[in-house]
Design a protein around this ligand. Structure first.
Ligand code: ZN
Length: 285
């Protein structure tokens, strides 16, 4: 199973803020409390095949981007979520970070429909005990996933929901959610930002992370937006940068001028790269 995971899938994480990952950065005179995203705690993240390009000599301004500003997307933003319908219990193979492995569960299944045409199967771990309690989770995260930009839903076919305080994940045509961790993200106001990061893995990495245009943008910028992206330039740079692209392109009124300037001066070519893709980001406008 682990070999399959390493070779066939691409699950990425941010670690819990409880996992020794609080850092204080002083950036342009502003102190920001950030939680680092580690890559060393599980099988998927332990292999780093991403050498840092030798021409990169500048220091990234941030450790990780999901912590930069909780207002990029919030629970007040519109959602394309329409409904989620219980369709029964069936065995599904899911990844569960609590055991750091694939598990087979008789999951509660919910067909979840979005007004922009997407239908996603939300698979809820039977540990939630009843279909009514599972449905509460499916509705909660269906609503949140409906806030994702259209482009980020294009490859999401399933969602796994487990209990536990474990990092979320993207890839596998899936978004992995641990509800205990979600509460931590919600306290910090970054549930939406985290889902954007993870769905960027699911829907953007395959096409863009190794594309010539992206690689040349990395070279032209000569820096990374975060140390997490710098240390994992193929695996994390798209996800780390797409969120800040959204912030400067669509939410510049919600972020500080200094944050906007830092983003625009650190990764200007990547911002142009994303703009040139003409992504559909509805319902974000
Ligand atoms: Zn990631």
């Amino acid at each position: 199973m682990i070999t399959f995971f390493r070779t066939k899938t691409d699950l990425r994480t941010y670690n819990s803020s409880k996992k020794m990952n609080l850092y204080i950065l002083v950036i342009i005179g502003t102190t920001l409390l950030l939680s680092n995203c580690s890559s060393s705690s599980d099988n998927m993240e332990s292999i780093n095949n991403d050498p840092t390009p030798v021409n990169i000599v500048k220091t990234p301004p941030f450790h990780g981007t999901i912590f930069l500003d909780p207002d990029i997307v919030t629970s007040s933003d519109p959602s394309t979520f329409e409904k989620t319908s219980y369709v029964g219990q069936e065995i599904r193979t899911m990844f569960d970070r609590r055991v750091n492995d694939w598990v087979e569960e008789n999951a509660f299944l919910f067909e979840t429909v979005f007004s922009d045409g997407f239908i996603i199967e939300i698979q809820v771990n039977p540990e939630f005990q009843t279909k009514e309690l599972a449905q509460i989770e499916a509705e909660k995260y269906g609503l949140e996933i409906g806030r994702l930009p259209h482009i980020l839903k294009t490859s999401v076919e399933t969602v796994w929901i487990h209990k536990g305080v474990q990092p979320f994940g993207g890839g596998n045509k899936n978004i992995l959610i641990h509800t205990g961790q979600s509460i931590e993200y919600e306290k910090d106001g970054i549930l939406e930002e985290t889902l954007i990061h993870e769905a960027s893995h699911t829907s953007l990495d395959e096409t863009h992370a190794r594309s010539n245009g992206w690689l040349s943008s990395q070279t032209s910028d000569g820096n990374y937006i975060s140390t997490y992206a710098r240390d994992n330039p193929v695996r994390e740079d798209i996800a780390e940068t797409f969120l800040v692209y959204l912030a400067v392109a669509y939410r510049s009124d919600k972020i500080s001028e200094s944050l906007k300037n830092t983003i625009e001066t650190t990764v200007p070519n990547r911002i142009i790269y994303f703009k040139n893709q003409s992504f559909n980001v509805s319902p974000i406008e």
